[in-house]
Design a binder for this molecule. Structure first.
Ligand code: NAP
Length: 263
């Protein structure tokens, strides 16, 4: 899609927490939808890699190494974004650190606290920091949540605590910021068919003496579409919520999971 076209044409979109999985896809799809994209995470080399990919396809980016748990780093992100583009239309909060995956009873408090620090407070810090600018553009915030909201399987406790708090926060922010014309929505992916999951299915296959394809089929069988969503499919749902096409949608959560859970 060329500049001037697409759901996000003329918009400036900040993606906080750009990693190799969904984060990359969010940046690529936002750029493909016509946005100028600001890439933020701690690892500068990865930001540059994704920016180069977008640049090669004709898109415009700014990379700002940022730790969203740090006030000064987030203030710098806002400053650099405004210096380069002069406006912000959407903030996509995607940052993620691998959760403990232990039973809650055996998860140490520091781990839970770190998870809340990143998922809840880091996200709130970024959202607060861009609040005034988003109010000027009647902009949009999209929180990346998880289908952990829909189940209570053992070992996902710490992750569920953090993502449930993120959801509660998103709903309150939707109410608080609505009067300023800012929309706040969430996207909840389940499985994401990307490198991390491909590696994991390989490990499961070895453990049970089956093929990775069989692990995929057994897992996908639980969804209506009998397959697992790819990062770009989740990213395009986020692009929609970030765009003006979702102008009357706020305080909502969109599940993108090929029909694994209904609600
Ligand atoms: N992967 C899945 O199967 C799955 C399923 C459901 C939902 N989700 C959700 O989807 C989102 C993306 O998951 P993903 O696995 O695809 O991750 P990803 O986009 O590949 O990476 C997320 C990135 O967040 C960055 N980050 C971590 N701490 C940060 C901090 N303090 N400040 C700034 N950035 C930080 C990390 O980069 P740096 O280390 O460079 O900072 C990391 O690479 C997450 O919100 C996750 O909960 C994922």
């Amino acid at each position: 899609m060329s500049a001037g076209e697409g759901l996000l044409a003329g918009k400036v979109v900040v993606v906080s927490g750009v990693g190799p999985g969904l984060g990359r896809a969010l940046c690529v799809q936002a750029a493909a939808a016509g946005a100028q994209v600001v890439l933020a995470a701690r690892t500068e080399s990865r930001l540059r890699e994704v920016a180069e990919e977008i640049g090669a396809a004709g898109g415009t980016t700014l990379t700002v190494p940022t730790d969203i748990t740090d006030d000064a780093a987030v203030a710098n992100l806002v400053e650099r974004t405004l210096a380069k583009f002069g406006r912000v239309d959407a903030l996509i909060n995607n940052a993620f650190a691998v959760p403990s995956m232990k039973a809650l009873a055996r998860t140490d408090f520091q781990q839970i606290s770190d998870s809340l620090e990143l998922t809840v407070l880091g996200t709130l810090r970024a959202t607060q920091a861009f609040g005034d600018e988003l109010a000027k553009t009647h902009g949009s915030v999209v929180m990346i949540n998880s289908s952990v909201l829909r189940h209570s399987e053992p070992r996902y406790g710490s992750y569920k605590v953090a993502k449930s708090a993120l959801l509660a926060m998103s709903q309150t922010l939707a109410t608080e910021l609505g009067a300023k014309g800012i929309r706040v929505n969430s996207v909840a992916p389940g499985y994401i068919w990307a490198d991390q999951l491909k590696w994991y299915f390989g490990e499961v296959a070895k453990k049970y003496g089956i093929t990775a394809e069989q692990v995929y089929e057994q897992t996908a069988a639980r969804s209506d579409l009998k397959r697992l969503p790819e990062p770009d499919e989740i990213a395009r749902a986020v692009v929609f919520l970030a765009s003006d096409w979702a102008s009357a949608i706020t305080g909502q959560t969109l599940d993108v999971n090929c029909g694994e859970y209904h609600r």
